[in-house]
Design a protein around this ligand. Structure first.
Ligand code: PMP
Length: 460
């Protein structure tokens, strides 16, 4: 355990040498960072000894919770056996073979082959390359456009950020790649017209895909890409009518469907993949994060048999790959992680216990004066804060109140992330009644404290 003095030292050195991802660097330096020193199951500890309930599973990642000995041992054994070898030069190794086989077993039945990487962004870059390569091999090289959604998050490399629909990322000075189009996201609470039911809105949001395909010319469209549930965009859960309509449109125009399951993979919705929850049939699934519960970086793309058959039918190289594609230690940890998830029956447990427990807990806050909407599916949840519950008017300067609330959560020993003024959570699959009770108490206190801070801004 570190003491006060070391905390100050870590903060100072961090400010001197460490550039953090997705941060407002000036205010981060002024406020100072929190030093996280330890994790155990559903909790983490900071350097001042505070125990914090991790409602974000790291970053949508630690599905098994923190510091499982079995995962550490799997890594240790593999490091002693074969710490690294590449998979480029007509070589393979046992952990990558076993993991690819296991992933094919749990994935939808048309997805039997895996291309590995180390991050969600990389896996989406690979998917973009595969999609365009596929259409070129099929003799339709004009099919390059990939349609995705506003507020989607597919990663931070330039290609994945271009496929993402986050305007603030596109505004950065780097050029955004061409060949991506963004349609509305299925965000009923924020985008529905007066009196429009979720079912009606879901169809309208899906039909934006058909409109876009027709606008750019069906012969130019390669694929539609979407997260089964938009995560970093604010846990936006599509109405029931949305995904079946998307699948109908994808089938009608014969384009590929890419499901970005970097968040929804590995049990989060009570199925191995979110695609299975929504009954869609993707041609590619990208995954990362929870495949190892975040203990080591690993990602990949599960690829449709028809895409693989097309690649095999051509005398051509696929010029793409990463040094760490199929890293043996990461694969060994992933295999152990999936084995534990299966052994402890955590995927059905989400459906039977976690999802209803989360929904029940969140429902208790829907009448709070600050709360516009609560929503959840599986173990993904959100509390959206508004200035006027009746009109859904948001607070001025979006993100300000969310950060106030997030800091109160921290103060209460609980982590939820703020996406502008929507508080989102993604707890590990292992939460019991105890953690749901602790979360409920922390949320109640944090919302009340936030209300005290912004009471003057609320509608009368
Ligand atoms: N896709 C989705 C849906 C994500 O949520 C994320 C990260 N939060 C990514 C891709 C990018 O993953 P990474 O940060 O590992 O590159």
């Amino acid at each position: 355990m570190t003491n006060q003095y070391q905390t100050a030292q870590y903060r100072e050195l961090d400010a001197l040498h460490h550039l953090h991802p997705f941060s407002h660097h000036k205010s981060l330096r002024e406020a100072g960072v929190r030093v996280i020193v330890r994790g155990d199951g559903p909790y983490i500890w900071d350097s001042e000894g505070h125990r914090i309930l991790d409602g974000m599973a790291g970053l949508w990642t630690a599905n098994l919770g923190h510091s499982r000995r079995e995962l550490a041992e799997a890594a240790y054994q593999q490091m002693l056996e074969l710490p690294f070898y590449n998979t480029f030069f007509k070589t393979t190794h046992p952990p990558v073979v076993a993991l690819a086989r296991k992933l094919a077993e749990i994935a939808p039945e048309n997805l039997n082959q895996v291309f590995f990487g180390s991050s969600g962004s990389e896996s989406n870059d690979t998917a973009i390359r595969l999609i365009r390569h596929y259409w070129a091999l099929k003799g339709e090289p004009k099919r390059k456009i990939i349609i995705s959604r506003k507020n989607a998050y597919h990663g931070s490399t330039i290609a994945a950020a271009s496929m993402s629909g986050m305007a603030h990322m596109h505004l950065h000075s780097y050029p955004v790649y061409e060949g991506f189009r963004h349609i509305m996201d299925p965000y009923w609470y924020g985008e529905a017209k007066d009196g429009e039911s979720p079912a009606e809105f879901g169809l309208r949001a899906a039909r934006a895909l058909e409109d876009e395909i027709l606008a750019v010319g069906p012969e130019n469209v390669a694929a539609f890409a979407g997260e089964p549930v938009e995560g970093a965009g604010g846990v936006k859960i599509a109405p029931e009518t949305y995904w079946p309509e998307i699948q109908r449109i994808v089938d009608k125009y014969g384009i590929l469907l890419l499901a970005d399951e970097v968040i929804t993979g590995f049990g989060r919705l009570g199925t191995w993949f979110g695609s299975q929850h929504y009954g869609i049939r993707p041609n590619l699934i990208t995954f990362a994060k929870a495949v190892t519960s975040g203990y080591l970086p690993l990602s990949g793309v599960l690829v449709d048999d028809k895409i693989v058959a097309t690649i095999l039918a051509h005398d051509d190289d696929f010029h793409h790959g990463y040094t760490f594609s199929g890293h043996p230690v990461a694969c060994a940890v992933a295999l152990k992680n999936l084995e534990i998830i299966e052994r402890e029956k955590l995927v059905p447990r989400v459906k039977e216990f976690g999802a209803p427990a989360l929904a029940k807990m969140l429902a208790k806050f829907k009448d709070h004066p600050l709360v516009g909407e609560v929503r959840s599916v599986g173990l993904l949840g959100a509390i959206e804060l508004v200035a006027d519950k009746r009109t859904r008017r948001r607070f001025d300067n979006p993100g300000r109140v969310g950060l106030i609330c997030r800091d109160h959560f921290f103060g209460e020993g609980f982590i939820m992330r703020a996406v502008f003024d929507t508080m989102v959570m993604s707890p590990p699959l292992i939460w019991t009644e105890t953690q749901f009770d602790e979360a409920e108490a922390a949320i109640k206190r944090a919302l009340d404290l936030t209300l005290e801070n912004v009471a003057g801004e609320l509608a009368a």
